[in-house]
Design a protein around this ligand. Structure first.
Ligand code: NZQ
Ligand code: ZN
Length: 394
C-alpha cells in the first residue's frame, strides 16, 4: 500500500426529509447570516427551497436567497454573488442544487472572504487561496461529487476557458443528501450523473501506480454498484434504493477514496472541460463523448490494467489481455449508449466540428497552448490530445 493523506471533513446527513435539518446544521457551523444559492428554478418548483428557508427560520438564522446559477457555472455570475454576499454580510454560504450551484457557492465563499481579490485569480493560480467561508450543501443531483470534493470548476465565458481549483478549503462543512430530492431529475441529467460518477472513479483507477489492493477493490465495487443501479434509476427515477446508491456513490467517487495512494489521471476530465468551454455541453455528456476514444488510444500502455477492469467490473475473462481490454472498452461504451449518452462527437448535438483545424484548436486549448500534458496512465501532449479528439470525431 502506498502513502496517502485523506481529509474528508464533510458531515454527511443522509436520508429522507434531511433537508429539514439544514438550519440546525448551519447554526452548528457558527452561521448567523446565510447566503443561499440555487439554480434555474427546479428547487422552487419542487418546493425544496421553501422547506430549506423554513428550516433556516426555525434555526433563527437570517438569510438571503439568490437563484440563476446555470450549468457550467460562469465566473461572471459568481462575481455578482460575491458582491451581494458581502453587502448582505454573509458568514455562511448554502448551496441548494447540483454541482454547478455548489461550485458557485464555493467561489462565493472564497470571494467573500477575500474581498480585494478577483476570484478568477484563484482559478488561474495567480493568487493562493488562504481563507474562505464555510459552506453547506443540500444536494439535488448525484453527479459531480462536489458535496464532498476539494474541487470547484468555473467557466470564464469571455475567454471560453473552463478551469478547476483544488484546495481543502473547497470541502463543504456539511452535505444534506435526501435521495428523494433527485426524483424530479430529467432522464438526461440522471444519465450525465452516472457517467460523471463512473468517470471520477475511472479517472483515478487508470493510473500508473499499481499495488493498491483495497483502493482497487473499492473502485471496482463502486463501479459495479453504479452500473447496476444506474440502469435501474434510468427505468424508474422514483426507485429509492437505486437513487440512494447513486447518491452515495457520487460522493465516495470524488472525495479521494477511490484513488488513495495513487497519482490521478483525469485526462478524460480535461478533454471534456475543453468541450464544455467551447460548446457548453453538459459535463457528463462531454465525458461519455470522449471516453471511448481516450481508452482505445491509451490502453496499449498497460493492457493488463484494462484486463483487470474487464474482469472485476464487467466479468470478462480472457487469456489475452488485449482482447479483454478491447471488449471492456466496447462494453463500457455500450453502457453509455444504453443511458442515451453520446459516445462520439457525432452523437452529441452541441458539438459541431467542421474541420480538422477545429480539432487542432481544441487540442491547443486543452494543452494550454502546448504548455502542459494531461493524464498519467499515458501522458498526453497536444499531438496525443488531437489524435484522441480525432478518434472521437465520428
Ligand atoms: O438549475 P436547475 O433548475 O436546478 O436545474 C438543474 C440543471 O439544469 C437540473 N437539476 C438539478 N437537480 C435537479 C434538477 N432538475 C430537476 N430535479 C432536480 N432534483 O440539472 C441540471 C444540471 O445541474 P448541474 O448542477 O449543472 O449538474 P451537475 O451536478 O452535473 O454539475 C455539473 C457541474 O459540476 C462540475 C462540472 O464541470 C459542471 O460544471 N464538476 C464539479 C466537480 C467538483 N466541484 O468536484 C467535479 C466534476 O468533475 C465536475 O467537473
Ligand atoms: Zn466530473
Amino acid at each position: 500500500m502506498h502513502a496517502f493523506t485523506q481529509y474528508t471533513p464533510t458531515r454527511i446527513v443522509f436520508g429522507k426529509e434531511t433537508e429539514k435539518r439544514s438550519g440546525e446544521l448551519a447554526r452548528q457551523c457558527g452561521a448567523t447570516k446565510v447566503y443561499v444559492l440555487y439554480g434555474g428554478g427546479s428547487v422552487v418548483k419542487s418546493g425544496l427551497l421553501e422547506r430549506v428557508e423554513k428550516s433556516l427560520e426555525e434555526a433563527g438564522l437570517e438569510y438571503k436567497t439568490r437563484g440563476g446559477v446555470r450549468p457550467n457555472p460562469r465566473v461572471a455570475f459568481a462575481r455578482e454573488a460575491v458582491r451581494e454576499a458581502i453587502r448582505f454580510g454573509a458568514d455562511f454560504i448554502l448551496a441548494v442544487g447540483g454541482g454547478s450551484v455548489i461550485d458557485t457557492a464555493k467561489a462565493t465563499a472564497h470571494g467573500t472572504a477575500n474581498p480585494d481579490i478577483d476570484i478568477w485569480e484563484f482559478w488561474c493560480q495567480n493568487q493562493k487561496l488562504e481563507a474562505s467561508l464555510p459552506i453547506g450543501v443540500v444536494l439535488t443531483l448525484a453527479a459531480a461529487g462536489s458535496e464532498t470534493s476539494d474541487s470547484a470548476v468555473l467557466t470564464n465565458e469571455e475567454i471560453q476557458v473552463k478551469r478547476g481549483l483544488s484546495t481543502d478549503l473547497n470541502r463543504p462543512a456539511f452535505a444534506v443528501m435526501n435521495p428523494e430530492l433527485t426524483y424530479t431529475l430529467p432522464k438526461y441529467q440522471i444519465g450525465c450523473g452516472i457517467v460523471d460518477i463512473m468517470m471520477h472513479t475511472m479517472d483515478r483507477y487508470f493510473t500508473k501506480t499499481l499495488g493498491n489492493e483495497l483502493t482497487d477493490e473499492i473502485a471496482e465495487g463502486l463501479l459495479r454498484t453504479v452500473i447496476r443501479n444506474g440502469a435501474a434509476a434510468m427505468k424508474d427515477s422514483h426507485n429509492y434504493d437505486a437513487m440512494s446508491e447513486l447518491m452515495w456513490a457520487g460522493s465516495l467517487s470524488h472525495n479521494g477514496l477511490t484513488g488513495l495512494g495513487a497519482q490521478k489521471d483525469f485526462a478524460v476530465h480535461q478533454l471534456g472541460h475543453e468541450l464544455s468551454a467551447k460548446f457548453d455541453i453538459a459535463h457528463g455528456a462531454s465525458l461519455s463523448a470522449v471516453w471511448g476514444a481516450w481508452a482505445s488510444y491509451v490502453y496499449p500502455e498497460n493492457p493488463e490494467r484494462f484486463a483487470q477492469f474487464a474482469d472485476k467490473v464487467w466479468g470478462i475473462r480472457k487469456d489475452n489481455a488485449k482482447e479483454a481490454a478491447e471488449e471492456a472498452i466496447t462494453r463500457t461504451v455500450e453502457y453509455f449508449k444504453a443511458l442515451d449518452m453520446p459516445t462520439s462527437f457525432g452523437e452529441a448535438q452541441e458539438i459541431g466540428i467542421k474541420n480538422d483545424e477545429e480539432l487542432r484548436t481544441l487540442a491547443e486549448g486543452c494543452s494550454y497552448g502546448k504548455t502542459r500534458t494531461i493524464g498519467c496512465f499515458k501522458k498526453c501532449d497536444a499531438e496525443d490530445i488531437y489524435k484522441i479528439y480525432r478518434l472521437a470525431n465520428k
